[in-house]
Design a protein around this ligand. Sequence first.
Ligand SMILES: Cc1ncc(COP(=O)(O)O)c(C=O)c1O
Length: 345
Amino acid sequence: MAGQPSSGHGWPGTPVIQGNMTAPDLPDLADVLAARARIAPYLRPTPLHGYPALDALTGTRLRVKHENHQPVGAFKVRGGVNLVSRLGTDERQRGVASASTGNHGQSIAYAANLFGVRATIFVPEDANPVKVESMRALGADIVFHGRDFDDARERCEKVSAAEGYRYVHSGNEPLLISGVGTYALEILEDWPEAEVIVVPVGGGSGAAGTAIVARAVRPSIEVIGVQSEAAPAAFRSWQAGELVTAANTTFAEGLATRTAFDLPQRIMRELLTDFVLVSEETLAEAARTMIEKTRNLVEPAGAAALAAVLADPARFAGRSVAIVCSGGNISPAQLTALWPAHRGP
Ligand SMILES: Cc1ncc(COP(=O)(O)O)c(C=O)c1O
């Protein structure tokens, strides 16, 4: 694939991932193109909009990739539909299980519903009720467990092994990464002038998929990942070149993990231009700004890309910057917390 390091498909990396599975092949542009054909009957391309008020505020030519317009309000559904559509008969009969703070779970629930597969989603006890209700309405069984994503994930992995479910890890799945990479294809087709794409990172599937597409289609494009200072496991792992854990106290549950995931990390290490952290205050400011200037509902994680631009204006000034609004599933409590006292008209 053009612009990729010479090692090509199956580039070097750690051979073993969490658990005792062997490392899957690294997805490439061909996988993303195949994913696009597979998901096209179910998911429409999302809009890429510019907002003069955001351009004026940031001093850039900014376009927002509206993944909040997906049927479940987040980009993850591209990966879920891609993966579940490819399950074998045996896996469909066993049912799928996954752990999530909500958007990956909605993605799997949506796809399972589409293809008539039973889904069990493990969520932290304080999971966003908007996401939980959506997963239930899609027919998923919900299991509340633990204080955060990683508690729920560990429980899900144990129960899946015991019950024989097809466990779907939220990052170590090539079909999820190639599925979500389809939004990057849409950005590059809709806006050939794009110079930079900024992507929110939790586990890193979105950033990995974007980097695969950008490097292959137009290697000069910068792909910048952004995570919260209050949950920097992926950032620190990317910097260290090995998987490390970190505290997780962010209010942006879409970015909230204590661990880093092997497969997206291997891809990000090779292909990501840069990775930055933003403060929780900047995330909150970016969420308010996105809602006010785009008149869209945006959840905190979905505002992280704008937060990166607001945090470092000089880096982006005068450039054509695509920011991925990865999700819009904000809860009433989160909205209230963003505007504790309404400050006038
Ligand atoms: C809205 C939103 N943005 C960003 C992310 C991070 O995505 P990834 O885990 O692919 O890095 C998530 C993950 O669930 C999310 O829900």
